[in-house]
Unconditional design. Structure first.
Length: 505
């Protein structure tokens, strides 16, 4: 990347903006998505200059943000890991193990020199005349305002706000004498030894946190408004144990387990779609022998929605159920009436004593990192844009975004999308084009514009709370997204880049 030392005054004359240089591709985010994108760009299209900007002070994205006890994957690592980098550990891995894996990818792909930490992207402006993006950045380490320019912008920052978690306010919180903490902002010095802990929420975070602290805290109560589906696979797949005992190459083990997990998830997704009652019964009955005798499964573990309308929470080796059997944890299914001085009172009138309340209530979705976008001086209203294959947006030139799978592992889509984006960049070069923008064809002019997600397909709270700020989808290809991996692993490699939905200039 070319560095330029020039600085220019902002219009009000109060601050200076330093030119940080120009690149072919500017990647926002140094988590799983951004690291994967950079690897594929470097591997498949060598010679392209690029830089990776991240607002945090280290790599890893969600794995750097979340540092609460027990943080781990809720997907198997054979598919959550990249296809180009064999996973050598257990199927379900701790956050630190995933960070170590990402460190290896950064080192082996020589990406470290391209990453700029504590670079918070605040604005992105496209100029058709100049055929480039101008990206405004605040350096959180110095407060300095800097400016990058790039031919192509690749948004890989994830889909939620890392700085501001979803934190409901309940009556009486101000009079609670204990500590209230959100897992996204976990204090390093929080000591739970001998403490009574109430965890509000029943999703993947609660299912991960509770077994990790149940042996330390005096008691942990999971307070849920409604139940979640759980699945208790082994931490280490028995096939992995068998293959490794045969001392075959790790690359073979990785590929065999990867295919096995993909096939398993494909089957579960198909069953959820075609026979949801059967999958419901399977999940409920798989929990029954792991729970204490006489446990009220109907009340505490029977969700109101179909399987996989929301994510299924993974509890490897049934560790959450073990805490329930041992009596170190319990579940209350009710709504919150008020916080009291010494705990939480629920609508039934029961008061749950607590020294610490953990609000595992989820996160706030973020549209492309909440960056202010303009195209030729006009602000971009994303609610008026339509997705192109879940990768680009109508009317926004030379910009791709990364969004993974909800049901399959996120990273399976990182590999597929990276292939397509790099193929698009090479196609532009072959055509002599300096600009590409998705545009509705005449045949698409009357196409209904649908909400970002169909609640009948996927309806977790964080998505439903955010529909009003998200872009739209159409009712036909290529203006759809949130497809399953079994469809896209065929459709994306075969996508026609000259079908008239992409305009080149």
């Amino acid at each position: 990347m070319t560095s330029i030392a020039a600085t220019t005054a902002t219009p009000n004359g109060t601050r200076e903006v330093s030119d940080a240089g120009h690149v072919d591709v500017l990647i926002v985010g140094a988590g799983v998505s951004g690291i994967g994108a950079a690897h594929h760009l470097r591997e498949q299209f060598p010679g392209q200059t690029f830089v990776i900007l991240d607002a945090q002070d280290n790599r890893g994205g969600t794995w750097w943000t979340h540092r609460y006890p027990g943080v781990r994957s809720d997907s198997d690592l054979f598919t959550y890991g990249y296809r180009f980098k064999p996973w050598r550990g257990p199927s379900i891995a701790a956050g630190q193990e995933i960070l170590a894996y990402l460190d290896e990818v950064i080192d082996e792909s020589n990406l470290g020199q391209h990453i700029r930490y504590r670079h918070r992207v605040t604005a992105a402006s496209w100029s058709t005349q100049d055929r480039q993006w101008t990206v405004g950045v605040t350096r959180d380490d110095t407060g300095q305002q800097v400016r990058f320019t790039a031919r192509f912008l690749w948004m890989c920052q994830g889909y939620y706000n890392h700085a501001k978690p979803y934190q409901p306010r309940w009556d009486g919180m101000n009079r609670f004498c204990g500590v209230v903490v959100h897992p996204q902002q976990w204090p390093e010095d929080l000591d739970l030894a001998g403490k009574r802990v109430v965890v509000i929420g029943s999703g993947a975070t609660a299912a991960t946190l509770i077994p990790a602290i149940a042996g330390t805290a005096k008691h942990v109560t999971m307070l849920q408004r409604s139940p979640t589906y759980f699945f208790a696979p082994p931490t280490t797949h028995e096939l992995a144990v068998t293959l490794r005992a045969l001392d075959i190459p790790e690359e073979w083990t990785h590929e065999i387990l990867r295919r096995q997990y993909i096939a398993q998830t494909d089957l579960l997704a198909q069953t959820a779609r075609d026979a949801p009652d059967d999958l419901h019964a399977l999940l409920i009955e798989s929990m029954r022998p792991l729970l204490p005798a006489g446990f009220d499964i109907e009340k505490h573990f029977t969700p109101r929605y179909r399987p996989w309308q929301q994510r299924i929470a993974i509890v490897p080796d049934g560790d959450l159920f073990a805490a329930l059997r041992e009596g170190t944890a319990s579940i209350v299914t009710d709504t919150i009436d008020t916080f009291t001085e010494h705990g939480v009172r629920v609508s039934s009138g029961e008061e749950l004593p607590a020294d610490v309340v953990v609000t595992a209530t989820g996160f706030n979705m973020s549209v492309l990192g909440d960056v202010a976008f303009t195209v030729d001086g006009e602000p971009v209203d994303f609610t008026e844009r339509v997705t192109w294959r879940g990768i680009m947006l109508s009317g926004v030139p030379n910009m791709a975004y990364m969004f993974g799978y909800f049901r399959h592992s996120w990273t399976l889509r990182v590999d597929l999308v990276s292939d397509l984006v790099v193929r698009l960049l090479a196609h532009m070069q072959d055509k002599g084009a300096t600009m590409v923008v998705p545009a509705l064809r005449a045949a698409d002019s009357g196409m209904p514009l649908l909400p970002w997600a169909d609640p009948e397909n996927f309806n977790p709270g964080y998505v439903m709370r955010s529909q009003h700020i998200l872009f739209k989808r159409g009712d036909r290809e290529p203006w759809t997204h949130l497809l399953e991996h079994d469809e896209e692993r065929v459709a994306l490699p075969a996508a026609d880049l000259d079908d008239g939905t992409l305009v080149y200039r």
